[in-house]
Design a protein around this ligand. Structure first.
Ligand SMILES: Nc1nc2c(c(=O)[nH]1)N[C@H]1C(S)=C(S)[C@@H](COP(=O)(O)O)O[C@H]1N2
Ligand SMILES: [Mo]
Length: 308
């Protein structure tokens, strides 16, 4: 099955800046709490604030999409293929306890407990533009750490050129069929090491909701959303481009690079414009989702129609 393109979205979701402001003040007050008390204890734990957070200069100043849309309009096919399924099926994924393996072509294979990941590097708020291949976009205030800081600890070998990302999959509780599970994605090592690439462990200042990929997911803001594999269990350093779940499902529709490019149409629709959730008029889609200044040099000399 291929990603379905929903009918145009209703302009119903409008961010309420007052709500966001209140959350930020709350995060400030909660700064004195010990980290341990903020981590999900078990199962679908109550969301807790993550603080103190520094605000990354790599953030956009655009208005974040409403929390309601960010957590209620999701793609997470393991929890169902409609946009509202993931939020209704959060009980199917237990985000704690959790471990993330870093393995493959590394000198120091590592297995991080979730608690280790939270302490490994300062958590930052990163407000990123996000663009789904289906034609909608959001602005999401992620909380995360640079993927590079995790990969470096495992000391990649010289032969490591790509990273393969694998999501959690439990056949007993999750969707069967649709894709060749587990969900997997890939990046070139230099893309993975780029400062914009993060592992997200939260959003809107709180622990990541299950429907957004708890407890830890990839976020690559210049690529279509499907790159951002959720609920990660392993990062594998490899020497060849990994075959991703979406490339297996539809190689002509989903390329390895998945860079947002308004000039390269999806075989079934144009990618020139997008519907920002919460807005009425469509926007022009920007090259590399507006991050060209920072990432275009990664693709110098490549034919971006061929490497789509
Ligand atoms: N494991 C897994 N990761 C996934 C998906 C999925 O179905 N399963 N969907 C992808 C797609 S198509 C998008 S657009 C984003 C959506 O992330 P969000 O729900 O946090 O906005 O997650 C990506 N990561
Ligand atoms: Mo997507």
């Amino acid at each position: 099955m291929l990603i379905r393109r929903p009918a145009d979205l209703p302009p119903s979701e409008i961010t309420d800046p007052a709500v966001y402001g209140a959350r930020r003040r709350f995060m400030g007050q909660a700064g004195a709490l010990a980290l341990g008390s903020l981590l999900p204890a078990a199962g679908q734990a109550a969301l807790g604030p993550l603080s103190p957070l520094s605000h990354s200069a790599l953030s956009t100043t655009e208005t974040p999409t409403s929390l309601r849309a960010v957590t209620g309009y999701n793609n997470f096919y393991e929890l169902g293929t409609s946009k509202t399924d993931p939020a209704e099926n959060t009980f199917r994924l237990k985000p704690a306890p959790w471990t993330l393996r870093v393995e493959g072509l590394v000198n120091k294979p590592r297995t991080f407990a979730l608690e280790d990941l939270f302490r490994l590097a300062p958590l930052e708020e990163r407000i990123y533009r996000m663009r789904c291949v289906e034609g909608w976009s959001m602005v999401i205030p992620w909380v995360g750490l640079p993927l590079a800081s995790v990969l470096k600890l495992a000391d990649p070998q010289g032969s490591a050129k790509y990273v393969e990302f694998t999501s959690h999959y439990d056949r007993a509780t999750m969707t069967r069929g649709v894709l060749d599970w587990p969900y997997s994605e890939g990046l070139r090592l230099d893309e993975a090491m780029h400062p914009l690439t993060i592992l997200a462990v939260g959003l809107y200042g709180e622990v990541l909701p299950v429907q957004n990929g708890a407890p830890v997911r990839l976020v690559v803001p210049w690529k279509y959303g499907f790159k951002g594999a959720k609920s990660l269990v392993s990062l594998r350093l490899v020497d060849k481009p990994p075959l991703t779940a979406w490339m297996k499902a539809g190689p002509s529709e989903y390329g390895f690079y998945a860079n947002v490019n308004p000039d390269v149409d999806h075989p079934r629709w144009s990618q020139a414009t997008e519907r920002r959730i919460g807005e009425f008029l469509k926007r022009k889609t920007l090259m590399f989702n507006g991050y060209a200044d920072q990432v275009a040099s990664l693709y110098t000399g490549m034919d971006l129609r061929r490497y789509f």
